[in-house]
Write a protein that binds this ligand. Structure first.
Ligand SMILES: NC(=O)c1ccc[n+]([C@@H]2O[C@H](COP(=O)([O-])OP(=O)(O)OC[C@H]3O[C@@H](n4cnc5c(N)ncnc54)[C@H](O)[C@@H]3O)[C@@H](O)[C@H]2O)c1
Length: 313
């Protein structure tokens, strides 16, 4: 297959591009390098440095005629979406629409879309959220991802463009940027490796264990994307572990992996932050035969090792 991967110079998209190439597919990457890194680009991928809002995207699709659009380019910061909802919508809604129009016009048969489970369901009080749980977007980022999901339904009905939406929990692993406000494992790894204790957000009160999150390893997320090339048409799946981890416990795991001993600081939630987000992926298990295979301990170890190598220590 020929697959366009948007955001293929970024964290998740670059792992997907690598895996698609390893599986024998042809990969074309669209990325404006606003957050991505040229070093993440697979040498066998054809690369276009372009904003997904650019009208020239249409010509690229006409020239390349991909079978599948794997859409991972996005404005990914919840805090930035709160500060600048217009910019968030520009990339995540209008950029997505630009791609969908180009894909439909070029005869692309399917879109795989990276949505959010972590932000989609709002505060999760008890059992992990499943795909039927009420959507409760408390940030512009979550609103823009839901909007894109609705547009996928529209393009399916109007243009026959199939889709699979994958709603990720908190994804972590090698190549995640430690420079944003998300990506706790990357941030904790790089800070502790440089001898600094990080600040943990989303504590209800000073001294508690911080927010509760569901961390899924990037290798497992990539596997879901490979399965979605062939299965799960016109459907939505959570990609998660249903395992609760308090931020302080995650910090302890990372600190142990890099042999750092200082305690972290604690701080209240930032605007748009959830206190508890845990997600069920039973539907993906049932229909796609996908389940997370990497334990948090193993994933943290691999990620910390990657950042140790990056730091030259
Ligand atoms: N990381 C997570 O925990 C998580 C969770 C849920 C959903 N997602 C979604 O997965 C996708 C990938 O996230 P990531 O963590 O790999 O982020 P990332 O920032 O590493 O990757 C995003 C890539 O998109 C590119 N990009 C941004 N705006 C662009 C634009 N206008 N035109 C072209 N390229 C642009 C960036 O340069 C970057 O390479 C995003 O859609 C994100 O919303 C991520």
């Amino acid at each position: 297959m020929k697959i366009v991967v948007t955001g293929g110079a970024g964290f998740i998209g670059s792992h997907i591009a690598d895996a698609c190439i390893a599986a024998g597919h042809e990969v074309v990457i669209l990325d404006d390098l606003s957050r991505g890194d040229r070093r993440n680009l697979h040498p066998k991928a054809r690369f276009y440095e372009i904003d997904i809002n650019d009208p020239d995207v249409k010509q690229i699709f006409q020239d390349e005629r991909p079978d599948v659009l794997n859409h991972h380019a996005a404005q990914i910061s919840v805090s930035d979406s709160v500060r600048d909802p217009m910019r968030d919508a520009q990339v995540n809604i209008l950029g997505t629409l630009n791609l969908l129009g180009a894909a439909a016009a070029a005869g692309t048969s399917k879109v795989i879309f990276a949505s959010t489970g972590g932000a989609m369901y709002g505060e999760i009080a008890d059992a992990p959220a499943d795909e039927e749980s009420p959507r409760f977007p408390i940030s512009p980022y979550a609103v823009s991802k839901i909007s894109a999901e609705f547009y996928l339904g529209y393009y399916r009905r109007q243009h026959g463009l199939h889709y699979t939406t994958l709603r990720y929990a908190n994804v972590y692993g090698p190549r995640q940027s430690p420079h944003g406000e998300a990506g706790a494992v990357a941030i904790f790894s790089t800070m502790t490796l440089s001898g600094r204790a990080p600040r943990l957000f989303a504590a209800r009160q000073v001294g508690d264990a911080g927010g509760i999150r569901d961390y899924v390893y990037v290798g497992d997320v990539v596997r879901a994307n490979l399965i979605a090339l062939e299965q799960g048409d016109d459907d939505v799946f959570n990609i998660a572990t249903a395992t609760e981890t308090a931020t302080a416990d995650l910090y302890r795991m990372v600190a142990r992996a890099v042999e750092f001993h200082d305690p972290p600081e604690f701080a209240p939630p930032r605007p748009g932050d959830l206190l508890r987000s845990v997600i069920s992926s039973r539907k993906a298990e049932r229909i796609l035969d996908w389940r997370p295979e990497t334990s948090l301990q193993e994933g943290v170890r691999k990620t910390a090792e990657y950042f140790r190598q990056q730091s030259g220590k």
